[in-house]
Design a protein around this ligand. Structure first.
Ligand SMILES: Cc1ncc(COP(=O)(O)O)c(C=O)c1O
Length: 371
């Protein structure tokens, strides 16, 4: 028999519970703002999500997999890891899966960073980094981006000390958009001691111009301290299912498997990820990536014609480095039907989404300049 909660009971006090002191200095993760429910039609382009729903074959695979959801998933995710291993030319045991690449990044911190040891990353970058590092006991060393909103690899190399255990490179960088070239990363790696792990977070890789995209496979082969982070949340449109992975060298892959939450990748998430790797699905996804790239070029060209000078983005988003005016710009857009992501008084990010939203972004950005 279910018991009814005693609504008159006084809540038990919890002031005496001891929490880790680190939590006091941890920034809160600010998710993309949801659209307000006030009758104004709005596009939510604040979370770099795909404007497309999962493709049919992928949705069907996830739905079919739900029939077995009373069972735990295959903890080893053998089929998916074998497929991914094949894609990356590595053993299946070198693929570490979890509930999104954000979780895998957390696993990486727990696997290599001890209490008080340092993690170097660019800032501003993905806002989960300081939280993942700090909550696992590490110390974040934030290296400011250059004037052009790019990683300052010179300064990042100089920030590495005896206490550094991990470097996070985000390319294309969220939220600003510029990416790193193979040569830049190769030069950087030559300056990093080989006991320091360098994670290359390529959540937006598929949106990059294929002609100049980072040669990650070669970098991985040449450097035993490089780990690749990938997600199914962006191009594959599985953000709501939560699945991402790392490609790691055997020692690190084993370490990741030691610290990860067991059964992280759920039954439908594994099935959907596997289905999205089938050739027909890959082809459809490649077309979507191409469409996003052409929309990004169209938006950036239209904004440049209005006089905007924005960083050259290779992600599915564009960044307005508006400084103090950032909150006002986000409000201006919100009132006109677009929910953007403002980063304090630094800048505002807008996701490239459905064509109507992109058209509206151009219109709003133009109206802002003429106000
Ligand atoms: C740079 C970067 N890395 C990782 C992620 C996390 O992706 P996932 O949904 O797989 O956790 C995001 C999501 O926004 C991101 O921007």
């Amino acid at each position: 028999m279910p018991t009814t909660p005693d609504r008159d009971a006084v809540a038990a006090p919890s002031e005496n519970v001891r929490l880790r002191s680190t939590l006091e200095s941890l920034p809160a993760y600010v998710p993309g703002k949801p659209a307000a429910d006030d009758g104004v039609r709005r596009f939510k382009i604040s979370s770099n999500e795909s404007p497309f729903p999962p493709i049919d074959a992928v949705r069907e695979a996830a739905v079919t997999a739900l029939e077995g959801a009373n069972r735990y998933p295959d903890a080893a995710a053998q089929q998916l890891r074998e497929k991914l291993g094949g894609e990356h030319g590595v053993e299946f045991s070198q693929i570490a899966l979890s509930t999104g690449s954000v979780a895998v990044t957390g696993d990486l911190v727990r696997a290599v960073v001890g209490e008080g040891e340092e993690v170097v990353f660019a800032w501003r970058s993905f806002e989960a980094y300081p939280i993942l590092v700090g909550s696992h006991g590490g110390v974040g060393v934030q290296v400011p981006l250059t004037e052009g909103a790019e990683h300052d690899l010179e300064a990042m190399a100089a920030a590495i000390t005896d206490r550094t255990r991990l470097v996070l490179l985000c390319t294309p960088n969220n939220p600003t958009g510029p990416s790193l070239s193979t040569e830049q990363v190769e030069d950087f790696l030559a300056r990093v001691p080989d006991h320091v792990v360098v994670a290359i977070d390529e959540a937006y890789r598929e949106f990059h111009d294929p002609a100049t995209v980072l040669g990650t496979a070669g970098l991985f082969r040449r450097h035993g301290n490089v780990v690749l982070l990938r997600t199914f949340s962006k191009l594959q449109g599985l953000a709501g299912l939560r699945i991402g992975y790392a490609v790691a060298h055997p020692r690190l892959a084993r370490a990741l498997s030691q610290v990860t939450v067991p059964f992280g990748a759920s039954v439908p998430a594994q099935a959907a990820a596997l289905a999205s790797l089938a050739p027909a699905a890959q082809e459809e996804l490649a077309q979507r990536a191409e469409w996003i790239r052409s929309e990004r070029s169209r938006v950036l060209a239209a904004l440049a014609a209005q006089g905007w000078e924005l960083p050259a983005s290779q992600g599915n988003f564009v960044y307005f480095p508006l400084g103090e005016q950032s909150p006002a710009f986000a409000e201006f857009a919100d009132a006109r039907g677009l929910v953007l992501r403002a980063y304090g008084t630094e800048g505002v990010r807008a996701t490239i989404a459905e064509q109507e939203a992109n058209d509206l972004l151009i219109e709003i950005a133009g109206a802002w300049r003429e106000r």
